[in-house]
Design a protein around this ligand. Structure first.
Ligand SMILES: Nc1ncnc2c1ncn2[C@@H]1O[C@H](COP(=O)(O)OP(=O)(O)OP(=O)(O)O)[C@@H](O)[C@H]1O
Length: 280
């Protein structure tokens, strides 16, 4: 659905160099801390900023070759909504009908109820979370084949997050749809994505199936002495701690079997985001 090859974007003190794929029928996550380059990647995919190099293909076409029908097949949530704040939800319905041949008013209204979105209040009077819910609802409203969701959970409370993830799972049911979703809160992605890319300082530093990430990755807590004694071939990142070193491994089973004395903990994606690059 999406193929990005060595996408480059240069700002004064930031350089994006990113390659990733979103397969048909898959949910792919892009995780990374603030400023890592997630939004820049999304904007470049959508042609909202001009890339300085590399290739972006969506539905097998370069951005410049995407036609109106192709764009109708994309549902987008970005931090900057682009919706006129002077409109109310009720006013948006005829606009959406005009823009999208497949706009489904009934399901749009159902999601308004699920998300507690009022029909007659001006959008400028919405809270941050309400605006985000509206964007999500609009993205889901026209039977898009591809959702591109930049931080869709930002500003949502726990129940709205759950509601959103349920809606996205329902959206995936037909089987031929895909989602690219970003978050700096990795737990949002862990229970939901098929595979996850980790971006750090503009570079993709890791790409794994979520099952592998959660099953094979782990954190070793070792003293200075233990650190220098163990086989470090499966240690991919290290952080100095008061007690010694906190080490991220992509083969926790190896350490569990060979070093019964050391502490091996489960690792989530937040752990990956937190860890520095391997120093030793
Ligand atoms: N228009 C711009 N001009 C200059 N620098 C920019 C511009 N847009 C983004 N940047 C820089 O590019 C880097 C990546 O920003 P980006 O918004 O892609 O990060 P992000 O991963 O989406 O972060 P967040 O989780 O905070 O939304 C940052 O250093 C940011 O300051």
């Amino acid at each position: 659905m999406i193929e990005i090859r060595q996408l480059q974007k240069n700002y004064q003190d930031f350089h994006l160099d990113c390659s990733l794929r979103v397969e048909d029928g898959m949910i792919t996550g892009l995780a990374g801390k603030n400023g890592a380059g997630k939004s820049t990647t999304f904007k470049a995919i959508l042609g909202l900023i001009r890339a300085d190099g590399g290739e972006v293909e969506v539905f097998g076409k370069k951005a410049a070759d995407l036609r109106t029908e192709d764009r109708e097949q994309m549902g987008v949530v970005l931090s900057d909504s682009g919706i006129s704040e002077y409109l109310a939800v009720e006013d948006l319905i005829p606009v959406m009908k005009n823009l999208y041949t497949k706009f489904d008013e009934k399901s749009f209204r159902e999601r308004c109820e699920r998300f507690d979105l009022p029909y007659h209040k001006k959008i400028k009077e919405f809270s941050t979370g309400m605006k985000r819910k509206l964007q999500i609802n609009l993205a889901l409203s026209h039977e898009a084949k591809l959702l591109i969701l930049d931080e869709p959970t930002a500003g949502l409370d726990v129940s709205a997050r759950e509601e959103l993830l349920d809606m996205l799972r329902e959206y995936m049911e037909p089987g031929d749809r895909s989602i690219l979703i970003s978050s700096h809160i990795a737990t949002d992605l862990e229970g939901f994505c098929d595979d996850i890319y980790l971006i750090n300082d503009g570079k993709i530093v890791l790409h794994e199936d979520t099952d592998v990430l959660l099953g094979k990755y782990g954190v070793l807590k070792v003293t200075e002495e233990q650190y220098w004694k163990i086989d470090r071939k499966y240690i991919i990142a290290v952080r100095k701690e008061e007690y010694g070193y906190r080490c991220l491994t992509n083969e926790k089973q190896f350490y569990l079997e060979n070093y019964p004395d050391i502490v091996v903990e489960k690792s989530g994606i937040d752990e990956l985001i937190l860890m520095e690059k391997k120093e030793k």
